[in-house]
Design a protein around this ligand. Structure first.
Ligand code: UDP
Ligand code: MG
Length: 325
């Protein structure tokens, strides 16, 4: 019987404090799942060193030497950030396995739900999102900013899974499809829902970091949010167009008001034409910028060259053909 080979992909940036702990915990998960007959015996962990400045890579090498069959490593030449590091890991892993699970090195995500993810994968899901139940361990600040983040994304028309970070199972064919998205402005959480296929979620409590500090300070979080919006949505441009139209409408009202004031004779010389020009030209300019923006938005979407569709199955008189990759 064919057993599915699992790759657990772990991006690591300056994680010397947690690396060994993570490796041990994840090897435990693999062992358990192999014993239960849920994954192949040659399943492995793939640590991606994202240009760490500390001893992270040396530790990955040590782990690999101690457990050559179950711990693999990828060393990126420099720091490219979490999203790219994860992408590098997933794309490297996809040719070596049947299914991937991505997880952070700090073990904030509950490794025990990986089994549930695998069960859902066997049940036919290609993507399984790890979704955190509550945000008890977060500071008030992080909780409020994070919730604002999801709300803002939603309002801007970016589809994301609420309270899901990058703890996620992806089948080999889902990663294959993902690899066709060539864009450089990566926002993985927004991209996964575009892939399609059957998906599901598992729920868990997010813990505190095992050790070390967050590599995601507010500045990086804001950058991620802005990147998410500007990579997925041309809505801000449409907003400009909308405001332009609105101001033109206001200028019509201003026309009425200015004329009434003019004829009732309460105005300084020249005020009427001046105020009308201000409103009308302001509105016209915004409208024009918004219009130009619409074209730029279209160019932007074209330039990304995303796949236009993803065929899952074809039904012909030769039978059903699964489209793989
Ligand atoms: N990370 C990375 N490159 C970076 C920053 C972070 O690969 O430039 C990794 C980091 O090692 C961790 C994951 O991304 O495995 C999430 O980072 P962190 O736990 O610091 O973020 P938080 O959980 O605080 O949002
Ligand atoms: Mg973390």
């Amino acid at each position: 019987m064919h057993m599915d080979k699992l790759a657990i992909v772990v991006p690591c940036y300056n994680e010397e404090e947690v690396l060994k702990i993570a490796s041990e915990a994840l090897r435990g998960v693999l062992k358990d799942l192999v014993e239960k007959g849920k994954i192949a015996a040659d399943s492995f962990i793939l640590f991606v060193n994202d240009g760490s400045k500390d001893r992270t890579w040396e530790l990955i090498e040590e782990e690999h030497a101690a457990h050559p069959a179950s711990v693999y490593g990828v060393k990126l030449a420099g720091n490219v950030g979490h999203q790219f590091a994860l992408t590098a890991g997933l794309i490297t892993a996809k040719d070596m396995c049947d299914v991937t699970v991505s997880i952070d090195a700090d073990l904030q995500d509950d490794v025990d739900v990986i089994e549930e993810m695998i069960d859902k994968f066997h049940g036919g899901c290609d993507i399984v999102y790890g979704v955190r139940k509550a945000r008890k361990t977060d500071t008030f600040f992080k909780r409020v900013t994070a919730q604002g983040f999801y709300k803002l994304m939603g309002a801007m028309g970016v589809k994301t899974v609420y309270n899901h970070a990058d703890f996620r199972l992806m089948s080999q064919r889902a990663v294959e499809e993902f690899s066709k998205y060539k864009e450089t402005n990566l926002f993985l959480r927004g991209m996964m829902p575009l892939i399609g296929y059957q998906t599901d979620s598992v729920y868990y409590d997010r813990k505190e970091r095992v050790a070390g500090e967050s590599k995601y300070p507010l500045k990086k979080m804001l950058a991620l949010a802005f990147n998410g919006i500007s990579s997925f949505s041309v809505k801000p441009i449409s907003l400009i167009l909308g405001v332009g139209l609105f101001i033109l409408f206001v200028s019509a009202l201003a026309l009425v008001y200015a004329l009434i004031s003019y004829f009732t004779g309460h105005v300084v010389q020249g005020w009427t034409s001046l105020i009308l020009s201000i409103w009308f030209l302001g509105g016209l300019q915004l409208l024009a910028i918004g219009l130009v923006g619409q074209y730029i938005g279209k160019i932007y979407i074209e330039v990304k060259g995303r796949p236009r569709y993803n065929i899952e199955k074809v039904l012909t008189d030769h039978g059903v053909e699964e489209e793989r990759g």
